[in-house]
Design a protein around this ligand. Structure first.
Ligand SMILES: [Zn+2]
Length: 244
């Protein structure tokens, strides 16, 4: 048995009264766990196993399906649950992690980043910006970062354009531009925004004024990049998010 901090990524009904939850654990990465009786209103697991709860979970680890033994809730994130837009965004945040990681896959630092983001979401104001920052920082940590300083097709570091290719995964140089099938032209400031988000703290980013048009353009490209490179199937929760 292991005892670890974990965040509930998703919860799925099975059998009469049981559920299977997907957890992002601090020690073991992504873990699937069977929870007996969680749908009985009186079960101690009924409220503690809801998505984006954070707690200390004791799990019997089996080969591909663990079993939940105990849970002590530490962060129910009530301010998120009071706001429907924040519920949708938190649901998306959990789904992104769930679909980006294979079962049992662990990424250094990911647990802390997701846990901090959920706390930050409680008081976040600009949810569009919040989502973009979360997307870029999480995918960079997992190992997918848009290439901005070398051509994503040939690797050249000279004669770079401000065109981005989803398929290639970043900027394209002058030589590769003619053969690029999905290049979209961006302003230099758009690329600087991506770089700024990747390199600055969440608090610093929130203090900078970013136009809605720029935000939408960069966020739309980032969504496509994630769909192409990061997740294993389409993100259902994306449909619930207003402007995306
Ligand atoms: Zn090139």
């Amino acid at each position: 048995m292991i005892t670890t901090k974990a965040i509930v990524l998703s919860r799925k009904k099975v059998a009469e009264s049981d559920v299977i939850i997907n957890l992002l654990t601090r020690k073991e990465g992504k873990v699937r766990a069977y929870v007996n009786g969680a749908r009985h209103p009186k079960s101690r697991f009924s409220s503690t196993t809801q998505p984006f709860n954070e707690g200390i979970f004791s799990l019997f680890i089996n080969k591909d399906l663990a079993r939940l033994s105990e849970v002590q809730l530490t962060e129910p994130h009530l301010p998120i649950r009071d706001d429907i837009d924040k519920i949708f965004l938190a649901t998306y945040m959990m789904e992104l992690v769930e679909l980006a990681l294979a079962d049992g896959e662990a990424i250094d630092g990911l647990y802390d980043r997701v846990a901090h983001a959920l706390v930050a979401l409680e008081t976040a104001q600009n949810l569009q910006l919040f989502k973009l920052v979360y997307d870029l920082k999480v995918i960079a940590l997992i190992g997918y970062q848009p290439a901005l300083f070398s051509c994503s097709s040939c690797g050249a570091t000279r004669e770079l354009t401000t065109n981005l290719s989803v398929q290639m995964g970043g900027v394209i140089c002058q030589n590769c531009l003619a053969s690029c099938v999905d290049c979209a032209n961006f302003a230099l400031d758009d690329l600087k925004l991506i770089n700024f988000i990747l390199n600055k703290s969440f608090r610093t980013i929130q203090r900078v004024a970013i136009s809605d048009t720029m935000l939408l353009k960069v966020a739309t490209w980032t969504n496509r990049f994630i769909a192409e490179h990061v997740v294993r199937r389409p993100l259902k929760s994306l449909k619930l998010l207003g402007s995306n």
